[in-house]
Design a binder for this molecule. Sequence first.
Ligand code: ADP
Ligand code: TZD
Ligand code: MG
Length: 583
Amino acid sequence: MATATIKAPAATQPAAPKYPEQVTGMYILARALKNIGIDTMYGLVGIPVTEFAYIAQEQNIRFVGFRHEQQAGMAAATHGFLTKKPGVLLTVSSLGFMNGLTATVNATVNCYPMIQISGSSERAPIDLDQGAYEGLDQLSVAKGLVKAAYRVNRPEDIPLAVARAYRAAVSGRPGGVYLDVTTPCLGAVMNRADAEKLLFTPVDPEPKHIPSPESVDRAVKLLASAKKPVILLGKGAAYAQVDEKIRKLVESTGIPFLQMSMAKGLMPDKHPLSAMSCRSTVMSQADVVMLVGARLNWLLSRGHGKWNPDGRFIQLDIEPEEIDCNRPIAAPVIGDMDSSLSAILSGLESVKLSMDPAWIKALQDETKVKNARFMARMTGNANASPMNHWCALNVIKPILEANPDVILVNEGANTLDDTRDAVDMTLPRHRVDCATWAIMGMGMGSVVGAAVATGKSVVAVEGDSAFGFSGMDFSTVCRFNLPCTVVIFNNGGIYNGVGVNMSGNGDPAPTTLDVNARYDKLGEAFGAKTYYVTTPDELKSALTEAIASKKPALIDVQLAADSGKESGHIGYLNPASLQNVIV
Ligand code: ADP
Ligand code: TZD
Ligand code: MG
C-alpha cells in the first residue's frame, strides 16, 4: 500500500512560563501526582485539561492519549490490577467524564484501584443550572457509583485531595475513585515556593489489616477437619501479589485448587493439584471450600446450585461486608491477603489435616479423562474449514503456552469462554478479561494498559463483536508502538453470524454483524502489521511472527458464521432459559 508521510509541524505546546515564581493548580496537580508515585496517566484531552496533560508530561508523567475515554479508563483499571498502584485516567468535563466513568465504575466492581481525574466547569453556573460550557454536576453523578468521590476547588487543597484519592483507591478493598477538579482551581495561581511546601508523602496509604487470631484459628481448624477440601483462588488473591504464600498454602497442604478466570496462572493451570477440569465435582462434593480473594457472586452460582448444600466455607477477604452475602460463611478471615495467609500458614504448622487421599486421586483421575476429552474436541476440529473457535484455539493454545510471559487479554462470549478453557496459564497476573461484569469493550484499553504498565508483550483474543466496542483504540496501540497482537475471531456476530430476522424485512438479525468484514484493513490504516487468515497454518505463522516482532499487529481470523452458540457458556442466564420457556 502506498502511504504518504505527513511531516508534523513545529511543536505546539505552551511556552515556558513567563513568571516561574508563580504556578497554577495544574502544575500543583502534576507535582502532587508525581510526588505520590504516579508515573503514567491515560486520558483524552480538551478544555479544561489540555495544558495540564502537557505539564504532566513535562513532569515526566507518561501521558497515553486515547481515542475514547472508556478505553483510557480500561487501561488505567488494568494498570491498577497489574501493579497494585492506582491507574490514573484524565477526562474533560461532561461527556468525557461520563465516558470515562463507565470504566471507573467497572474498576470499582472488579476491586481494581484507579483514580479518574476530570476537569469540570466552574461551580456557580452549574449549581444554578445556567448552561455552563460542558456543564454537569459531575461529583453528584459519580457519587454512589464509585468507591469515593471528591471535588477540589482550591489549589492549596490539591496535594491533600490527591493523597485522599490515592488512599481511597488502594486501602481496604481497592476501587475506583473520582477526583473532580474545577476549571478555576486548575487555573488558579499560587506562589511556587508555597505550593512546593504543600507536597507530602502520605504515610502508610495501604495499611495492613491483621486478621484476628480467633478467626484464623477457626479457619485453620475447619480446614484441618475437612475430608474433601478445596482452595478457590480469585482475582483478589492475584491482585494482592502474595504468589509465594499461595503456592506454599497449596503445596504444603496438598489441597486441590480451583482458579477463577483472572486468577489463572497464580498456580500453574497444569499443576498436579489443579482441579480446574473437575469444577462440577468439586462444587458438589467439597466439604470445606476456602475462598481466597474470590466472591461468591454469579460466577460461582452465588454459593447455591451445584454446590454441596452441606459444604462449609472459609473466606479470606479484606472486606467484612462481603461475608454471608449469599450463603453463611463458617469461618470468615478479615484481613489483607498477605497478613491473612501468613497467619493461616503458621496456624497450619501445628495441626494435622484429615484430607482423604482418595479425594485427590479421584480428582486427578477425572482430570485426565476430562482433559483428554477436551483435547479430542480441539483436535477433532483441527481441520475445520472454514475454521471455528476450537480449530483456531487448537493453533493458539500451544503458541501462547510457549510464551507464558505474554499477557493475555480476552473478551467475547464463545471467544471468551473457549479461550479461557483452552489456554493454560503459568504465571500470575497474565490474564485480563471482561471479569465480574462480563462487559464487552475492555479490549484495546486493557491491551494498552497491560503493555504500558508492565513493559511486556500482550496478545488479545477478541470476539468480532467485542472488538467493535474498542476497535478504534487499536490506533493507540500503534501510536505508542506497543508489542501487542490483536487476534479477532470473526464469526460475523454476537455469538455467531447466523441469527434470523423473523420479520423477513431484510434487516440483519439482532445478533448479526459482518462476517465478511476485513478487520485487517482497519489495522493497516494505523500502520500495523496485519494478517487475514483462513486456515490453521496461516494463523500459526501469523501469530508466531506477530509475537516475535514485538510490534503492533492485527490478525483477522475468518471463522465460519455458524461457529459459536448463543451466550457462550452462560445461555442459562437468559430470561426464557431461566423459566424453561421454549418460545
Ligand atoms: P473473582 O472474580 O476472581 O472471583 P472477585 O473480584 O469476585 O474475584 O473477588 C475479589 C475479592 O478479593 C474481593 O472481595 C476483594 O475484597 C478481595 N480483595 C482484593 N484485594 C485484597 C487484598 N489485598 N486482601 C484481601 N482481599 C482482597
Ligand atoms: N454490551 C456490553 C457493554 N457488554 C455485554 N456483555 C453485552 C453488551 C452483551 N454481550 C455479551 O455478553 S457477549 C457479547 C455481547 C454483545 C459479544 C459476543 O460476541 P463476540 O464473541 O463476537 O464478541 P463470540 O465468539 O461471537 O461469541
Ligand atoms: Mg462473534
